[in-house]
Design a binder for this molecule. Structure first.
Ligand SMILES: [Fe+2]
Length: 224
């Protein structure tokens, strides 16, 4: 893990790191426990069906909110993706975040992607944060495209030439700098954890978004 972080801090480009993490970070049992026991907050759970976000299912009980677990179960069976925005799924996740932050001096978040085979999360898009992604269970195909270096780069230009096109297995990590278009496709039931973060000012001299970046608004290319 230290080598990966050194690569990032030195301004290294997008890269796939096979067999980089040996612990079992997150399981479906962790996800089930979280959904069944935590107070519900609409920002903590995103449900995506065919690239579109659905309303987060929350039930209100007096002072407290809880998840509508029956509806979440139905979404899961309908092949929706569940994305949990929390670092509190288990101690391993909390400890890994603590390590990442101590080593780099940056603040990391944790987004846990769960989906069945054939489910879809986000379509081709790029993010405004950097991302380190760890495959925890199952397999996900990842395609990463070149950094957008000119205005109105077309989707078809990028689609023709991914710089990374691999199948991630448990323990594999991929590093995707911000503004770099990517697409993840579960090819089995899967859990992946994305760790989005921003670089502090001094490192921004080595990894920068393109100047005057504009994202082409054609279908399937989004920024969020
Ligand atoms: Fe993304």
């Amino acid at each position: 893990m230290e080598k990966i972080l050194d690569h990032i801090l030195s301004g290294g480009e997008a890269r796939y790191f096979p067999e980089a993490y040996t612990k079992q970070l997150v399981t479906m049992e962790d996800v089930n426990r979280y959904i069944n026991t935590s107070d519900a907050n609409e920002h903590d759970l995103v449900i995506i069906k065919e690239y579109s976000r659905l309303p987060t299912p929350i039930k209100k009980y007096g002072w407290r909110n809880s998840w509508n677990t029956r509806l979440i179960q139905k979404y899961w069976e309908d092949n929706c993706s569940l994305v949990l925005h929390t670092i509190h799924l288990n101690n391993n996740l909390k400890e890994l975040i603590k390590f990442l932050e101590a080593y780099t001096g940056m603040q990391f978040d944790s987004h846990v992607y769960c989906g069945r085979v054939g489910s879809k999360s986000y379509s081709y898009h790029c993010d405004v944060s950097h991302n380190l992604i760890l495959q925890c269970q199952g397999q996900t195909r990842w395609r990463v495209y070149p950094l957008i270096t000119k205005q109105s780069m077309t989707f078809s230009e990028m689609k023709l030439s991914p710089v990374i096109d691999i199948v991630m297995n448990p323990g594999d990590i991929i590093w995707v700098p911000m503004f770099q278009v990517h697409y993840a496709e579960p090819i089995t039931d899967r859990i992946s954890v994305s760790f989005p973060f921003s670089l502090p000012c001094k490192e921004k001299t080595t990894i920068q978004p393109p100047i005057n970046l504009t994202i082409n608004t054609q279908r399937y290319l989004e920024i969020h």
